[in-house]
Structures are given as C-alpha cells and as structure tokens.
Design a protein around this ligand. Sequence first.
Ligand code: HEM
Ligand code: HEM
Length: 173
Amino acid sequence: MIVLHWGMAVGILMMLGSGIYMEYFNMDNALKFKIFQWHKSGGVLLLIALAIRILIRLLSALPPLPQHFNNLEKRLAHAGHMALYVAMIAMTLSGWVMVSSSIYGLPTIVFGWFQWPHIPNISANELWNSTAKTVHFYGFIFLATLIVGHVGAVIGHYKKDKINLIKRIWWKQ
Ligand code: HEM
Ligand code: HEM
C-alpha cells in the first residue's frame, strides 16, 4: 500500500500535468499526439495499479486513526479517502471509455509495450464519448480539489497538533 500510494501519487500528478498541458496549451500536432499517447499509457497503468490497490485495501486491515482524533475528524478523514478512491476510479474509467468510444478508434499501445483493449460495443459512440468527456473534466476538478484538501489536512495536523501523519504511510515509524 505504501509503494502504491506514493507511486500512484507521482503518476496522478503527472497525469494532471500532461492532461492540462495537452488540452489547454498550444503546440504542434506531432507533440500533441505524443503527449496524448503518453497520457493514455500512463492512465492505463494507473487503472491497473488502482484495481490492485482496491483489492489489497479490501483484504487488509488499516492502522487505526490517531487516538486524539475526534469523531468528526475520523469521519472526515474516512470520507476524504473514499472520495479520493471514487475520483481515481472516475478518472481512469472515463478515460478508458473516452478512447474506446472515440470516432478515431486509435489503439492504446501502453508505452509501445502492450496493447490495451477497447471496451467492446461502444466504438464511435457519440453519447458515451461526450458523457465520458464530461465526467473526465469534472472528475479532474474534483480530484485536484481533493488532493489539495488531502495535503492540506496533513500540513494542518502537523501545524495544529505537531503530528506527522506521513509516518502512517511510510516504512519507518
Ligand atoms: C488518474 C488518471 C487521470 C488523470 C488525473 C487525467 C487527467 C486529465 C486532464 C487534467 C485532462 C484535461 C482536462 C479534460 O479535458 O478533462 C485529461 C484529458 C484527457 N484524458 Fe485523462 N486523466 C487520467 C486518466 C486517463 C486515462 C486512463 C485515459 C485513457 C486511457 C485518459 C485520456 C484522456 C483523453 C483522451 C483526454 C482528452 C479529452 C478531450 O479531448 O476532451 N485519461 N485527462
Ligand atoms: C497526489 C495524489 C494522492 C492521492 C490520490 C492520495 C490518496 C490517498 C488515499 C486514498 C489514502 C487513504 C488510504 C486508504 O485508506 O486506503 C491516502 C492516505 C494518506 N496520504 Fe495520500 N494521496 C496523494 C498524495 C499524498 C501526498 C502528496 C501526501 C503528503 C503530504 C499524502 C499523505 C497521505 C497520508 C499521510 C496518508 C495516511 C492517512 C492516514 O491514514 O492517516 N498523500 N492517500
């Protein structure tokens, strides 16, 4: 879980960066195409990592939250973590639906390494494609906001109670 948390955190920040760059900045078509392919490849790896992470999460016990957290703080921490999972699922699945339902039908070759299949029966489907685009856009705003809150909570607890929560997601206690 530690390796997955930090590996995926770096991956997700790179996905936010590449997504924003390819959508909102001007560049020539060759570079845009390259970044799109990179974004799709990175997204597929994150989708696989997320599936493994959810499986391990369901099968393992978590360390209990710090004693002095009151009920509200415990609920907020839990709700925030669940929301992060929902946002990660929404982003990776909507990305996969988007490329599967696109009118271009371009294959997704993950870093030139293996071909990731399209979801069957939705190719060139305008409704699926536009819905997935909308989910991807609002999902990105939601995920970015949650990450700011997540990091803010870690900094806040450190400032308020001098508690280093990062130890909870690191090897050395
Ligand atoms: C955690 C995972 C992901 C993050 C954080 C992410 C982030 C973003 C962002 C910020 C954008 C630009 C804003 C927007 O139009 O939505 C974007 C666009 C896009 N992403 Fe992702 N993405 C993720 C996963 C994926 C996956 C798995 C795929 C496909 C396999 C994908 C394919 C695309 C495509 C095709 C666009 C262009 C959308 C358009 O033309 O409107 N993304 N992504
Ligand atoms: C950028 C993307 C990130 C995502 C998507 C993310 C997601 C998550 C999720 C879902 C959990 C809950 C684990 C579980 O209940 O299974 C978690 C825990 C944690 N994360 Fe992150 N994280 C990110 C970045 C960060 C960063 C940059 C920090 C450091 C400031 C951080 C610090 C922590 C800590 C300390 C915990 C343990 C919380 C506890 O149980 O006390 N995370 N993260």
